[in-house]
Design a protein around this ligand. Sequence first.
Ligand SMILES: C[S@@+](CC[C@H](N)C(=O)[O-])C[C@H]1O[C@@H](n2cnc3c(N)ncnc32)[C@H](O)[C@@H]1O
Length: 401
Amino acid sequence: MKYIFLLSGDYIGLGKEETLSLFDVRKSKLVDRLLVFELDNGMKSLKESSQRLALTKNIYKLLFECGVNELPEAIKNFGWNSVYRDNFCLRIHDFNKTIDKINSNTRTTSESKGYRGNPFINVLARRSDMAGKRRRALESAEGGLKKDKHSKKIYSEKDLAGYIWRSLKNPKANLKNPRTKIELFFVDNKAYCGLLIEELHEDFESRKAHLRPFPHPSSLNPKVARALVNITGIKENEVLLDPFCGTGGFLIEAGLMKIKVIGDDINKIMVNGCIKNLKHFKIKNYKIKRKNALDINDRFDCVVTDLPYGLNSNALLKYEKDWKMQRLNLKIQKKDFYKNLEKFYLKFLKNLRKKLKKKAVIVFPHYVDYKKILKISKFKIEKEFSNYVHRSLTRKIVKVS
Ligand SMILES: C[S@@+](CC[C@H](N)C(=O)[O-])C[C@H]1O[C@@H](n2cnc3c(N)ncnc32)[C@H](O)[C@@H]1O
């Protein structure tokens, strides 16, 4: 069975990688915000993993795809009785931005010619405005098929719904709360028809950094944090480490997905704050301790971390065995800044390479040569993404193994 995942418009690349990392997918294609792929054990693996997704909005069964011009025939030929339950509604999403314009008109038109008794028309017919004139002007003899000024074929929801209506044994419409929600996506000159099977409504808003008991501006948006945890591909019974855990942004998301989490931070205030945050979200399976990230000595399945962006009083410039004895170098010369930071990252990554069992997702500031450092520390870059924060910071998100 083929599925369509409608990705969040603001992080399409990350959303694609998140989905592909969680599902066992052989072949996929991304068309605009639609990720289309086949799943072998479809519903079972969908149920297990879809609730983890941060950057997918809706999931659909792909009913068919066709050229825009072939749409009326494809709709007429589809066996709607096999997917129809109780009542239905058809919605169109035009990623080409031509059809929505027409639909906003058709939703307020008073026209009802064609499909007598079709409640799509009855509901729409209550409203009347000038838009009807425009629509009539566009109407062609082809029953719902119109052309815009660029001679592109465009369709209205009610006309297409009419084809479905007529093919059903016992048709009922429900525009507010339909049991059978059919959605059509137009991308370039193709149409993708999906049956909605899952709407994802995870409440990321309430977990935003400033709303946690221990807030800190350095913590990533929880939606992105969850996606990065998922991009490691970690499974429920595995162990995830964040060696620079700060306030616990990644650990909260992983903990909520029942992953066992371990967090280290060199700063005692952060350690206590992180524990406070994890308790607030009722996460139980965690170990948080004050520790220098350069001292990782256990092995971990996966790692996700947002590296410190500067070496300040929280970071140790010169690593020695007993980090407690370190004297903090607070006088960082500007010219040495990047060099020191890269040296620190290199030391961390070389050690991490020996301890990592599977994959890591590491967030770097753009101003370091992360490709070089990763290469020297023998990591393979699998994927990388950019996340613009402000003029002087773009995060480079890198998946490595
Ligand atoms: C960018 S912040 C991490 C933010 C975190 N992801 C969150 O959600 O709050 C980097 C963290 O690294 C910690 N840190 C800096 N140097 C460290 C070191 N040598 N070992 C462990 N932690 C360190 C800092 O105290 C800071 O909390």
